[in-house]
Design a protein around this ligand. Sequence first.
Ligand SMILES: O=C(O)Cn1ncc2ncnc(NCCc3cnc(NC(=O)Nc4cccc(Cl)c4)s3)c21
Length: 274
Amino acid sequence: SRTYPTQEWSLHSFDIGRPLGKGKFGRVYMVRTKTTPKYILALKTLYKSELVANKVEKQTRREIEIQQNLRHPHILRLYGFFHDEKRIFLMLEFAGKGELYKQLSKVGSFSEKRSARYIDQMADALIYLHGKHVIHRDIKPENLLLGINGELKIGDFGWSVHAPGLRRMTLCGTLDYLPPEMVEGKEHNEKVDYWALGVLTYEFMIGAPPFEDRGSVNNTYRRIARVDLKFPSTISAEAKDLISKLLQYDPRQRLPLTDVLRHPWIVKYRPKGN
Ligand SMILES: O=C(O)Cn1ncc2ncnc(NCCc3cnc(NC(=O)Nc4cccc(Cl)c4)s3)c21
């Protein structure tokens, strides 16, 4: 393949636009390259001191190495990175419609049709990821973005690893998406993303994750370990069927992603012509 001249990138390569969001480790800015043709990107700044303080510098390196080699329409591109003495800068594909979780919290929950289309795109991206033996491990609405045409983009590979992995729960994000095997600290494989896909499907349609207990972390753990799954009556039988087949305690019982793509609930809402 053609080898591009490794352009030396720096902050001076860009006109800085509006801030897009405030992540945990730094801000994200919309930027435009000064080169012609001009490209619009999202520039994520990560403060080295913060990465060291949170012991995630190794993860950041791993994320950069993993995400730079991924090319998929539903995975946010990481074009490259550069750093100065204080910060690391990630040059990311700009997601024109921003953060999915903001839309979800604005409307409360998505229709079955909108949810099914997102899950169809997620399954496609995860098949690609797992094909490269990468597990995302942090599938949740906060890590999903929307492209300019409303298409889903998985971002933030800050927790992805090459399968299989064993993760200590250092950076405790939300536990709601953790599968039983991770709650129990066992070894895990890409099937953790199958479980998270089931949790995501549930949260898209109901507006809250299935095992959430806002009052107690321990009770959330318990509900996950028991797969204490309840559906409101508003959910269609086909949606319940898919979610139940993904939220299986035994990772080996979880519905393979290729069968997710063929599931009646997904096929029913797939746009005609693809
Ligand atoms: O989301 C927003 O704030 C707003 N927004 N709106 C549009 C838009 N278009 C693109 N990107 C955006 N945001 C950046 C998304 C990320 C992708 N990849 C990341 N990687 C990361 O954070 N890695 C990381 C950090 C700290 C520690 C470790 Cl271990 C890993 S963040 C956009």
